[in-house]
Design a protein around this ligand. Structure first.
Ligand SMILES: [Zn+2]
Length: 183
């Protein structure tokens, strides 16, 4: 499993966890508002509810930063934070315990797969080619775009990495760059 796939699972588990913890907090406040309770009871319950809602919002932001992070070390740290916040939520009701369990699983998956590389976004990423096009020193760039004859075989040189490709190739076999003038 790629980290990219793990990221989807972390988000799919994390969002219900946030919602459950949030609803748990709202239920505390709603319960106090609905039933006449002495101040000794309502005070701590309101406190729990407010802290729980705050925790849900914080967890939501951590999930958002996790989703947007391209750095594996940061994703690992944010996943650890998801576990810590999830564990802390149990003290406040843990999103009916289900939210707590989902957050812990999401965080652990995030930690385990934070070390795996993300799938390459471009074909170039596969081969870690330089980002600047390598222009052949012996051949002018414009000429490199055109097919060249080598013996009886028509070949096409890549304008980006100068790799040799067959004459009918549309993309470079080495770096995946588009070969212009394809037939
Ligand atoms: Zn190439």
């Amino acid at each position: 499993m790629y980290d990219g796939e793990a990221r989807i699972e972390v988000i799919l588990l994390g969002i219900p966890a946030v919602l459950l913890i949030l609803i748990n907090g709202i239920v505390y406040l709603a319960a106090v508002a609905s039933f006449p309770t002495p101040l000794q009871v309502s005070g701590p319950v309101v406190f729990l509810g407010v802290v729980d809602i705050g925790l849900a919002i914080l967890l939501g932001f951590v999930l958002l930063f996790y989703l947007l992070s391209d750095d594996s070390l940061r994703r690992g740290s944010l996943s650890a934070l998801i576990v810590i916040l999830g564990a802390f939520s149990l003290w406040l009701g843990g999103g009916f315990v289900v939210g707590f369990v989902l957050a812990i699983i999401a965080g652990v998956i995030g930690i385990v797969f934070a070390q795996s590389p993300l799938p390459p976004k471009t074909p170039e990423g596969l081969y870690s080619q330089p980002t600047t096009p390598v222009v052949s020193q012996t051949t002018p760039h414009s000429e490199a775009l055109l097919p060249r004859s080598a013996g009886s075989m028509i070949v096409r040189y890549c304008p980006k990495c100068d790799a040799r490709n067959s004459g009918d190739a549309r993309i470079c076999q080495n770096c995946g760059a588009t070969l212009y003038g394809g037939t």
